[in-house]
Design a protein around this ligand. Sequence first.
Ligand code: ZN
Length: 171
Amino acid sequence: MAVREILVDGHPALRKRAKEVKRITPEIQALCADMLETMRAAPGVGLAANQVGVLQRVVVIEVPEDEDELLGGKAFCLINPEIVQASGSQIGNEGCLSVPGYVGEVERYERVVVRALAENGKRVKISARGFLARVLQHEIDHLDGILYIDKLTSPDKLYKVQEGEEEVEEV
Ligand code: ZN
């Protein structure tokens, strides 16, 4: 496992659509492991492959135990994740490891159902609400070249914060 460099806004890989993973190879499994290590070292609650310069549809997510009673504290590597159901809405501040020093207000679905493959090739379905649902939407956006700063509720809802304090926050 290795910590990889996290690209910051302005790097073209953050603006490209990542390609579907056709086969789960040892390279993809190593990517999952590296991304988890990179996310934890940052630290962050999610990371998409675009952020380490790999244009494959892979995200890792690990939200704190107290943020989700069911799935908090569990680490996921999701391959080809897809939102298959979405409902409700939530407004809150979020940050991004690729946009250091800022948080901004974004509206997201309150609940999503995501289908993906796990790194062992098994199909997984995650029903999430609240914070975890927000993180899933943020990471899947990355795979389409979208950053949260594209989706601010208003241009003045972007706030400077101390570097290292930009992890996703709930208002
Ligand atoms: Zn991000």
